[in-house]
Design a protein around this ligand. Sequence first.
Ligand SMILES: [Ca+2]
Length: 556
Amino acid sequence: MWSRPEVGERSQRADKSFVAHTGGDPVQQPRRVCAARVREPAEREAAVYAHHRGDERAGTRRAGARRSGCAVGGSRRGPRALRGSRRHSSKPRLEHQVCPLAAGGVRLERPYRQEGNGGWAGAINTASFAEPLRRGYAVAGTDNGHEGGGGADWAIGHPEKLIDFGYRAVHETAVQSKALIRAFYGRDPERSYFNGCSDGGREALMEAQRFPEDFNGILAGAPANNWSRLFTAFVWNERALLATPDSAIPPAKLPVIQRAVMAACDGLDGVADGLIENPRACRFDPSVLVCQGADAADCLPGAQADALQKIYEGPRNPRTQELLFVGQPPGTEAVPGSWGTWITPANPASAIQFAFGNSYYGAAVFEDPNWNFRMLDFDRDVRVGDEKAGPVLNATSPDLRSFRASGGKLIQYHGWGDAAIPAPSSIDYYETVRAFLSKYPDARTPGALPAEDFYRLFLVPGMAHCGGGSGANSFGNGGGGAATRNDPARDIFTALERWVEQGVAPERLIGTGRATDDPSKPLTRPLCPYPQVSQYRGSGDVNDAANFACVAPSSK
Ligand SMILES: [Ca+2]
């Protein structure tokens, strides 16, 4: 039976743990941490504790929390290193609420799951907390050390905040959350997991690389792990599409492009289904779309075709011709939530890619609010970014030896229709890890396979950024749900739990969605661990996963 903690005692113990872990770091600063636990059944009440800087609402929150029986703790001064500091705009203050569990049975051990962020973070991703709470986890997240905003102006003049964003906040959140769990339950979490997509995928890989003992299992979705080069590609696309007044591709032309791509490449995988299993095998030349005369509904003006070619190819160093980042795969140009949102919206300058690319170079690299995208030198300035911000932001180290040696398991997924982060970026990283581990065996794991014994990548044809798009794009990503939570074949996080806890690796997953030619038809497809691809067996319903097999890619 669970007994309600003494409010003051619990608060003090937790707070002491927090300060003990942070006071010695000379550049430590307060950051948001939010964690939660629930009574059983988990769905009935989510109780939250949060670390946050103090403000005028804090007192109200504290009073409200106490009325509801929450332990409220905090340190007005924050960690020792911050006392008297004037570096921070608000009074340093760490505060957390640990809400007691209602009367009833509660297991005294509690696994831990930490949730990642999107974009430049700046808020705790509490929307992602409900699903792990229902699974019985204590949950935490962080704002990565700064508040709000879609850009990175907070990084100007504050390299320490970039470090918080880059890797420190996520790691400290793990350390301090485990300390709170220890204080609250009297024991360490039995297992720890990390789940994130986009920037959260970058955080996930960063943890595996830098802090290999923080988590037993890591789920990395569509990772923005090569941050400095991904954002270079964003500016590359911006320059291509805004090169001339006629270069921007209007949304109405996206279906024209996608139809032409499908005509060229849909059948390469043996099934004309509106999905391309392996877009890397698709060689599509945009010049076939160039209007022979005046612009018309079914063709592209030459300037638009030029821009399209550059987007497919990816950024190049103009001096060395080195490819600086992967290009955008073809085949999902017109899929909702894809190109029309990230690359080619109706107002060309409002593409989300452009905002991120400009904030990276303007704020994080050059720290100059007046910087603009036309100033970027794709030789010199890319090197400046790699050198100055890359070491903090990029999660590209292929050395996962310690994560593997500690028993960690890593599952990564990426949609082929992701117009925010091109899926070949995930392939590149996976390949560099395989190559590194093949070249440098680890005495701690003798005889280990290059990577697949602890690290698997699942590519999802048609899927947009982290989810959505077309194809069999639902497999427990984005939280899953009650329908799949207990099925490791259909829920990627459950598959990760099984791999960590039972040693059963996911040989494939089953994604569900809607047929591209008729949304009324349900679609299921196997999602295969890279480099395998899903192949039609030659007979039966093409919308049924049973008629497909995961096979090694053909050599053609
Ligand atoms: Ca196809």
